[in-house]
Design a protein around this ligand. Structure first.
Ligand SMILES: Cc1cc2nc3c(=O)[nH]c(=O)nc-3n(C[C@H](O)[C@H](O)[C@H](O)COP(=O)(O)OP(=O)(O)OC[C@H]3O[C@@H](n4cnc5c(N)ncnc54)[C@H](O)[C@@H]3O)c2cc1C
Length: 315
């Protein structure tokens, strides 16, 4: 571990972390942003972004690469390291951050680790992941051009992704556990009006079998419990799973409160219950998980860190 102590370690290099990096660089904090896989976060492979204000149409890589270079131009340090452990010393108030490459001491932390897709839990799901089972329509839709697609989930994301998939697939069937969709009314209306999209209510997928690619699906009628297995040509269909996300809050242990889904509870300054520990972006409990809200959280969190450290703040 280095003897020097950082002002701030930012965990995660998605929109929230990069925004925090920009604001902490402008506040002249001695900060480092640590990213385990790809700077830019979960949106990096998204082809179409039409809702980031001031940028009418872009893709995830272009937008987040601009955030990265803006941060680095302002003096931010971004390193490819996976944070594996986080500890807090109650006496000194300092944090210890352990990574795959080493460790850091820091006066403050912003956790901006985002959230990863939840699995549906059917037999064969892990085996066929990336070979017939996907969690990212934008990444994999093109592989299902002219094929059948099943979308598991009845929420907003599932409905929006199912609508998106109709642009590629021959037909999309939503598999919905309950007897209704939980999507916003406007999205549910689009689902109802799309003739390439149908919904099987009160249905779950329990098993997928096949060779290199899936060849059959077992459906369960959730009302009667009856199971039906349907066979398809190998490679003629795909299953997309959109049943929620798992927030990257596991590192925190008791240092922060989390809600029933594991999202970190913060106040409006992005502060957790531990002094000096902040959270930003999709990892925290909030009503809208988008790039613009992640960037907003990151800005607020970094400004809160500057205030916590007694530095002048923007605004
Ligand atoms: C397919 C798809 C399409 C989307 N389209 C849009 C859209 O059009 N418009 C929009 O506004 N939003 C969109 N979103 C949502 C948007 O991507 C998220 O709201 C946003 O990326 C959240 O940013 P974040 O920084 O909080 O988290 P993330 O983008 O998830 O970034 C978190 C980062 O932290 C890293 N990390 C996690 N744990 C660790 C660790 N222990 N150590 C180091 N690094 C770690 C992860 O690798 C990741 O890079 C889309 C999401 C998906 C999946």
């Amino acid at each position: 571990m280095s003897d020097s102590i950082k002002d701030l370690v930012i965990v995660g290099g998605g929109p929230a972390g990069l925004s925090a990096a920009i604001y902490s660089a402008r506040a002249l904090l001695d900060a480092v942003t640590l990213e385990q896989s790809a700077v830019g976060g979960q949106v990096i492979l998204t082809n179409e972004i039409d809702n980031y204000p001031g940028v009418p149409h872009t893709d995830g890589f272009t937008l987040t690469d601009a955030m990265r270079s803006q941060a680095e131009d302002l003096g931010a340090h971004i390193r490819m390291e996976n944070v594996t452990e986080l500890a807090h010393d109650d006496d000194t108030g300092e944090f210890e951050v352990h990574t795959t490459e080493g460790s850091y001491r820091s006066k403050a932390i912003i956790v901006a680790g985002g959230a990863t897709p939840r699995h549906a839990g059917f037999e064969g799901e892990d085996r066929f992941q990336g070979h017939g089972v996907s969690y990212c329509a934008t990444c994999d839709a093109m592989f299902y051009r002219g094929k059948q697609v099943f979308v598991i989930g009845g929420g907003n994301s599932a409905a929006e992704e199912a609508l998106f998939l109709t642009k590629f697939a021959d037909h999309v069937t939503m598999i919905v556990r309950k007897d209704h969709l939980r999507a916003q009314a406007v999205v549910a209306k689009q689902v109802a009006e799309n003739d390439k999209l149908s919904v099987l209510y009160l249905t779950s997928i329990t098993k997928v079998e096949g060779g290199n690619l899936p060849r059959s699906i077992t459906f369960r009628n959730n009302e009667t419990g009856e199971e039906t297995t349907r066979a398809y040509d190998e490679g003629s269909f795909g299953i997309f799973v959109f049943v929620g996300r798992v927030p990257a809050s596991g590192l925190l242990g008791d240092l922060a409160d989390v809600d029933a889904q594991g999202y970190i509870v913060t106040n409006e300054r992005m502060a957790t219950k531990t002094p000096g520990l902040f959270a930003a972006g999709d990892v925290r409990q909030k009503s809208l998980r988008q790039i613009v809200t992640a960037a907003s959280d990151g800005a607020i969190a970094a400004t809160s860190v500057a205030a916590y450290l007694g530095q002048p703040v923007e605004g």
